[in-house]
Design a binder for this molecule. Structure first.
Ligand code: MN
Length: 231
């Protein structure tokens, strides 16, 4: 008898139990993981599809889930954008500050990262962005060398950035963990994820090869758009 009744009874119970047990489900919002803006294999061979799938579908997804958890009983904070949250960490309740720093930072950083990637065929920027880099670093290769040096200098997990401050001054910087230039009042224009999860499957410990590959997949138009309207 139990065998005959089990499926129907199980379904009925499950359906009835769902509304009464919201705590069992992962927090659904307010923050969402947007799909990648291209196929997971779009950046092959520079970044392999498997790495992209795990990086976006698991690592980035976990930052979003954990950020949702952090603000789950803070309805006023949950109305703010992730950028607003991480740009004003000091104003947050102390109990969630570290979680928002890590997971809000992770969400914002990865959202930016996907948006500035695209196979570029080894091309270089043009227009005001190129003029800026040449003015500041002598040549595009000068910028590339400085950015690579900064990327190699990050000990452990972190990011390398080209960012712009409120006075319009641009520069290369690095941050540890999931810290962001936004946390220091600057806007990131270009960012490179230097966590091993971003490259270990394909490059293992060869971070230099990963940084070199990165220069083949920068969406310079997206970076130029950020420079034109830093936000
Ligand atoms: Mn990452």
């Amino acid at each position: 008898m139990a065998v005959a009744l089990a499926p129907a009874a199980g379904n009925t119970l499950l359906a009835a139990a769902q509304p009464a047990a919201p705590a069992a489900a992962a927090p659904a919002g307010p923050y969402q993981l947007a799909p990648l803006p291209y196929a997971a294999d779009a950046l092959e061979p520079f970044i392999d599809a498997k790495t992209m799938e795990i990086h976006h579908g698991r690592h980035h997804a976990t930052y979003v889930t954990s950020l949702n958890k952090a603000v789950s009983d803070q309805p006023d904070l949950a109305k703010k954008s992730p950028k607003e949250l991480i740009a004003n960490l000091a104003s947050l309740p102390e109990g969630i500050r570290t979680a928002v720093r890590n997971h809000g930072g992770g969400h914002v950083n990865h959202s930016l990262f996907w948006s500035i990637l695209k196979r570029n065929g080894g091309s270089t920027p043009s227009g005001p962005l190129m003029e800026l880099l040449v003015k500041k670093y002598g040549t595009f290769d000068g910028f590339k060398a400085e950015f690579t040096k900064a990327s190699m200098s990050v000990f452990g997990s972190g990011w390398a950035w080209l960012s712009i401050d409120k006075q319009g001054e641009t520069g290369i910087e690095t941050t540890p963990n999931q810290d962001s230039p936004y946390m220091a009042g600057r806007v990131p224009l270009l960012g490179l994820d230097l966590w091993e999860h971003a490259y270990y499957l394909k490059y293992q410990n060869k971070r230099m090869d990963y940084v070199t590959a990165f220069f083949q997949i920068i969406n310079w138009d997206a970076v130029a758009a950020r420079l034109a309207k830093p936000e």
